[in-house]
Structures are given as C-alpha cells and as structure tokens.
Design a protein around this ligand. Structure first.
Ligand code: SF4
Length: 442
C-alpha cells in the first residue's frame, strides 16, 4: 500500500494524534440513542422500530420525528406502565401480545427492532431473549433484532452503532470477496459513493444497512469494510469478529478526506494511479471550487466543538485544512484512535496549546472554557445553543450535521456553507438591528 499521502495533505509534523487528551467525566448534555431511529427508519424501508420504553421515550420520538405523522409510521413505543415497572406484570407476555398485534396489522414489516430504553434497562427486561424467542416464532418472514438506545448507555449517534452491530453479528457468512460500506448514508450520497467505487473498478460493493432486509451484506474472511461514520465502534468490533478486514482512513468529509479515503481503497485493490485520477480529478476540482466559495467567510475564524455527534474530529480536520478555520477545542464523546486516528494525524497543532482535544464532558467546565475563548462559531447540541446565542456566541446545531448529507465530494461545498450561514446571519442581524439579542439558533 502506498498510502493516501500522495493525494491528500501529508500528516503535519506536529499533529493532534499525539497531543494529550483532556478527559472529562461529568454531567453531559446529549440526546440518547433513540434519536438514531429518525434516520435509520428512513433508510431501512421494511423495518419497524418498537421502542420498549416510557412516555418520555414516546415523546422524544414523536417530537424529533414529527414530520412523519402523515405517513404510516415505522416506529412506535410499547409503553411500560407502572405495574410493569413494579414487576407486577409479566412484561415479556405483554411484549409478545404487542408484537403479535403489530405484525398482524403490518404484513409489510420484514425486520422488527426491539429497542431498549432506560426504563427497560432499569427493570432488566431481557430484550435479547425476547428477540430470540420472537425470531423463532416469526421466521423466516420477519427477523427480530434487539439493540439499545437507552440514554444510560448511549449518546445519540450510538443508537445507530448499537443497531448496526446487532445486524453485523447476524449477517450471513460468505467466502467471496466483497467491500462492505458501513453506515446509513442518505440515498443520494450512497449512489454517488457507488458511482465512484464502480469507476475505480471495485465490484461487489454492499452496504450496511441495506434498504431491505434481504439485501444486507454477507461477511467473511475475504470481506473488507469501511466505516462512513466515526461513531461505529461496536460495529467495527463485530465485523472484525466476523473475520472482515477494516480499511482505516480519514473520513470522506470534504475534498481531501474523500480523496484520502478513496486512495486507501484504491491501494488495497491495486487500482492504477491513472484510473484513480480519471475518476476523481473532476469531482475533486468541483469540490475544491465549491468549498472555496464558502470558505471566504470561514477563513481565520475560530471554532469550538462541544462533544455531541462523534463527527467533531473529521469536521475539525475539514474546517481547518480546507476552510482555514482555527479550532480552539475539539470535544468528542469518545475518542477511539483506531477509528479517528487518521483524521487526528491531519489536524496540525497550533500555537499556545490549541486545539484542546477533549473526550467526554463536564458541561459546566466546558461552558466556562467556551465563554473564555469567545469562538466565532460554537458547535453544540440544541440544549446549549439557545443560551449561548443569548450570550452573543454564534452556534451551529450538531444534530444538523448528522441528518444533512455531508459525505463525499458533491456535499463538500454545502458542508462548508452550513458553517458559513450562521456567521452571515449574525452579521446581517447586527447590521439591521445593532441592539438586537439573538434568541434562536440556526
Ligand atoms: Fe429518556 Fe432514556 Fe427514553 Fe432516551 S431512552 S427518551 S433518555 S427515558
């Protein structure tokens, strides 16, 4: 393997891979893993997500995915009532009845996910056993799988990890060569990615999750896989356990990240340099041009990431190297160097010990650091954005970066624009209403 350095920026001499990580274990402000159902149910079109939880879980899903109320929904909540929580009813029997009711009403369902929550965890309801039992009853028409989205165990993007890891453990075995692309990408991005890989001559590309139950990948010792999201650590472990080989590379975010990622794949498959250039030169040029237009507003501006989506490190790498921004702190809920190391390699260390790389959160301490640093943009969750806006800081909602298409070449310009927009908006409001206080975040 010749490595990606031929086409991507070389690792700077002082890179963030080796800087000491500030580890914090205090109060955190992040959604729970149930949030992932919002984008997973759109991707898996014959799946139903049955959350075994409380009214709070039902409210979270209904308000977060409110746009779905006009469609036949593919998620729901089996509410645990007080008598379940007190252990006075057999919750397993009730679950069987709910599933029976659901599946007889919805013959289109091929995958049923029993999703654990804080309440089901607190009463130690064994959903793995329930999934096994119900799978035996409804096989082969319906596959029943269990994963957890509980706020005790997961941050919001870890719900997807937990779901894909459960699927990965059950994928059919194969002896054939294949490339598995792991992570729920929007369909338009998945099509672009398939086009690039096809152009490089890489066949038998399969995606996890697939749109339909029967199309999930097969896996075995000749499988290779790439992660498209940095929050898929449990899925990585499950696929390694199945004998597949992980192709580690920077994430396909921005022009350089996408090129670096494709180069690692091309090297693994022995793709000629000329063919690589033929396939990537034009989209690279388009991406650079689109990024440059948005980067005019970003260059020289400072940015501070609160830990939220797990995308923070690849985003910081993109904004630093391709948009000229200055990261002050890059917080991420968990840092797994096997996954995120190649991106850390490409973030240069600056002056005065910046950026700080932090893992986990102690929200009050981190708020103090953000207030002292006064960054031009603060990337954070919804709960922190409005108060910070009211204090005069410009914010970007982290969740938007997960539900908006941001991967690969054609999205690079839009991604940069997502960060430029709140700056322009604040500047505009300041011009029009010099004394106005901003109450709502972008
Ligand atoms: Fe709240 Fe836990 Fe339900 Fe998430 S799983 S909505 S954190 S009770």
């Amino acid at each position: 393997m010749t490595g990606y350095a031929a086409t991507a920026p070389a690792a700077p001499r002082g890179s963030c891979r080796d800087v000491p990580i500030l580890k914090e274990r205090g109060q955190r402000e992040v959604f729970c893993g149930l949030t992932g159902i919002i984008w997973l149910h759109r991707k898996m079109q014959d799946a139903f997500f049955l959350v075994v939880g409380s009214r709070t879980c039902a409210h979270l899903l209904q308000s977060a995915a409110g746009v779905m109320i006009f469609a036949e929904p593919r998620f729901g909540t089996a509410i645990l009532e007080e008598q379940d929580l007190a252990g006075m009813a057999d919750a397993q029997d009730e679950l069987d009845r709910e599933v029976e009711r659901l599946l007889s009403r919805r013959p289109d369902i091929r995958q049923l996910f029993l999703v654990g929550s804080c309440p089901s965890e607190v009463i130690k309801l064994d959903l793995a056993r329930a999934a096994e039992r119900l799978s035996a009853v409804y096989a082969p028409e319906v596959q029943v799988v269990n994963f957890t989205g509980s706020g005790i165990e997961t941050t919001f993007t870890q719900g997807e990890d937990s779901c894909l890891a459960a699927l990965a453990r059950d994928l059919p075995e194969t002896d054939e060569e294949n490339l598995i692309v792991v992570g729920a990408l929007p369909d338009v991005v998945e099509d672009q990615m398939r086009g690039l890989l096809h152009g490089l001559g890489i066949e038998n590309v399969q995606v996890l999750p697939a749109a339909r139950a029967g199309d999930h990948p097969t896996v075995g010792p000749r499988s290779r896989f790439i992660l498209t999201q940095p929050f898929l650590g449990e899925t990585l472990a499950a696929l390694l356990q199945r004998g597949a080989k992980h192709l580690s590379a920077p994430f396909p975010i921005g022009e350089a990240g996408t090129t670096a990622r494709l180069q690692v794949i091309a090297d693994e498959y022995g793709v000629e340099a000329a063919r690589f250039a033929t396939i990537t030169d034009a989209p690279r040029a388009r991406a650079r041009k689109a990024v440059a237009a948005a980067a005019r507003d970003l260059s020289g501006r400072t940015i501070f990431f609160f830990p939220d989506s797990q995308l923070e490190i690849p985003l910081a790498r993109f904004l630093t190297n391709e948009c000229g921004m200055i990261p002050l702190e890059i917080g991420q809920p968990y840092i797994t160097k096997d996954i995120i190391g190649p991106d850390l390699d490409l973030i240069p260390t600056g002056e005065n010990g910046v950026p700080t790389i932090s893992e986990g959160q102690d929200v009050d301490l981190q708020l103090d650091r953000a207030r002292a640093a006064r960054p031009d943009i603060t990337v954070c969750g919804l709960g922190l954005a409005n108060p910070l806006e009211a204090e005069g800081l410009t914010t970007k909602w982290a969740i938007e970066l997960v539900i908006t298409p941001v991967h690969f070449y054609e999205q690079a310009g839009d991604l940069a624009a997502l960060f430029a927009r709140p700056l322009r908006r604040r500047a505009l409001i300041k011009t029009m209403h010099p004394n106005a206080r901003l109450e709502a975040a972008e």
